[in-house]
Design a binder for this molecule. Structure first.
Ligand code: HEM
Length: 266
């Protein structure tokens, strides 16, 4: 029997969303592995000079800056591993206590990692120009706003709203990872630094990329909920096609990041 158009649209929508989740979580776990091996491991053995593999993150004499950076990357690994698990319905339903405990860790970490990131950006100074500093700061503000509403609606037991803000938060928290993935996708395509200066890490491509990875995903989440709650199969089909294209791009970019960025540094 051929499925009704609505049923087929729901099935495809579910499969594509799950595929996106699997590809994204696999990529984020590899990013977390990179953070653990490069930053946690070298800190554990006292080899802080290894923090400078990607850029100058360990500065002799800057105790506060080093501590803030250490805290930032310590939390980066934790939130990258925990975040996507918060969205798995089986965990939420079967072990709600685990969801609540890990949710608290995630939300506190969201505030702290963003505050630490803002310190690194505006007090310590970062690679890239003013536009990239503004871009990542917008990401930090998005994270703080989404974390606030996510916890507010959880405390008020408005679960549907809590879930929606939690997905917005996950995408906000994934901004830094998405930046690396889409940056490497661009490098895979062009095989050369096109649209930016590799020495100063500034240029039009990086400005567009910042908007694409920090702001655009929030619109995608809004579209996802529209398609999910809509009775129209065409909205589900359209969103499924869009998410499928994004998932393929993420898969290719992740492979590029593993080969060209994360593995060579650890
Ligand atoms: C919430 C998710 C975040 C994760 C997982 C994360 C992860 C990381 C990692 C792994 C590094 C070390 C660089 C590398 O090895 O690639 C780093 C550096 C840095 N992060 Fe974050 N970060 C996050 C959020 C933020 C936010 C919201 C800000 C700013 C408001 C920020 C600002 C910075 C800065 C300034 C550096 C130093 C690198 C540079 O100078 O560009 N991060 N982050």
């Amino acid at each position: 029997m051929t499925p009704k158009p609505q049923t087929a649209a729901i099935q495809v929508f579910k499969h594509v969303t799950r595929s996106w989740f699997v590809v994204t979580y696999a990529g984020q776990l590899i990013f977390a592995y990179y953070i653990l091996m490069l930053y946690w491991k070298s800190a554990a053995f006292g080899h802080f000079e290894k923090w400078n593999t990607a850029s100058h993150f360990y500065v002799k004499g800057d105790m506060v800056g080093n501590l803030v950076f250490g805290l930032h990357v310590a939390l980066a690994a934790i939130i990258t591993i925990l975040g996507p698990l918060q969205l798995v319905p089986a965990i939420r339903n079967k072990v709600p206590r685990l969801h609540r405990i890990s949710g608290r860790i995630y939300i506190y970490s969201a505030f702290i990692i963003s505050a630490a990131g803002l310190y690194l950006t505006w007090v310590r100074g970062t690679v890239g120009g003013l536009f990239s500093a503004i871009g990542i700061s917008i990401n930090g503000i998005i994270i703080i706003v989404c974390a606030f509403f996510s916890v507010k609606y959880a405390l008020q037991r408005k679960i549907k709203l809590h879930n929606q803000w939690a997905v917005h938060l996950l995408l906000g928290m994934s901004g830094v990872w998405l930046f690396r993935v889409f940056f490497m996708l661009w490098m895979v395509i062009h095989r050369a630094p096109v649209g930016f200066d590799p020495k100063t890490f500034t240029g039009p491509f990086l400005n567009v990329l910042a908007v694409f990875v920090y702001i655009f995903p929030q619109a995608i989440v809004a579209l996802y909920f529209r398609a999910k709650f809509s009775g129209s199969p065409s909205k589900k089909w359209a969103f499924s096609v869009l998410l499928l294209v994004i998932t393929i791009a993420i898969a290719v970019g992740t492979m590029g990041a593993i080969k060209g960025m994360w593995l060579p540094r650890i």
